[in-house]
Design a protein around this ligand. Sequence first.
Ligand code: GTP
Ligand code: NA
Ligand code: MG
Length: 303
Amino acid sequence: EDDEDLEIRPPVVTVMGHVDHGKTKLLDSIRHSNVVAGESGGITQHIGAYQVWKEHEGNERAITFIDTPGHEAFTAMRARGAEVTDLAILVVAADDGVMPQTVEALNHAQAAGVPIVVAVNKVDKEGANPAKVRQQLTEFGLVAEEYGGDTMFVDVSARTGLGIEDLMDAVLLTADAGLDLRSNPNRDARGVAIEARLDKGRGAVATVLIQTGTLRVGDSIVAGTAYGRVRAMTDENGVAIVEAYPSRAVQVQGLSSVPRAGDTFLVTEEDRTARQVAEKREAAERNASLAKARKRISLEDFM
Ligand code: GTP
Ligand code: NA
Ligand code: MG
């Protein structure tokens, strides 16, 4: 791909951290909406993906956020070879401090080579100790700038909104300092399915993250072993859209089956090609599991 075809795309940011440290509430605060209130038991059941705009150093900048239930989804996608995240926000509740899943989350991000911005959340609470969080995280190689390191820590309260603007600025500063966020919007789209489900009325509904190119209603796509034409596309608010650019996450309808998180998708010139690619992938998967089964049998035979 020629350099001149490349255009700046928004950073894709995954919000990670220990259970109940405020990942979803933080995103609510960023979007000025209220997802937490609508969640059963206050536990995130699926991946939410949202794009927000932020005025930053005189420019309007977009950021795509991905909210994960725990970090299994992140791990599952990585295990399947999908690297969708440019940057991670590690949410640590200031009253609770570093917890086991905080460490797991930062290990995942570090293993993926993804820069981390730390959101020290719940600073409105009695017993909040943001200095202690900074001190605890130095042990894991996350040293705050004010302690001579190069990790940005931002004190926030997802409840009151304190520090939220600063957090988004920190994300954009970190992205601009260390990441080459460019891709070509003028080609057939490619990307990754980040979640999918079967909807009673709408059939297979997949949330796909576009990594390069532009996805349009009417495009033929293959996602994992699912294929079909994009019948409709909606954004995170259910609003219909006709074109989706790099770093945008959209819900698509029209696939023959439900893809898995981490499945790559691509647009094909013809419907027929999408079906053929899907069928080839399915055959390959079938052969792989057959080979595995055979291996198991032959091992048992010799034991
Ligand atoms: P999981 O998705 O279950 O892992 O949780 P989560 O990390 O998304 O946490 P969530 O946003 O559901 O918040 C957990 C609880 O903490 C909720 O009751 C929130 O209202 C509360 N909470 C989140 N942020 C803050 C904050 O800044 N201050 C205070 N006081 N409470 C907060
Ligand atoms: Na929760
Ligand atoms: Mg949540």
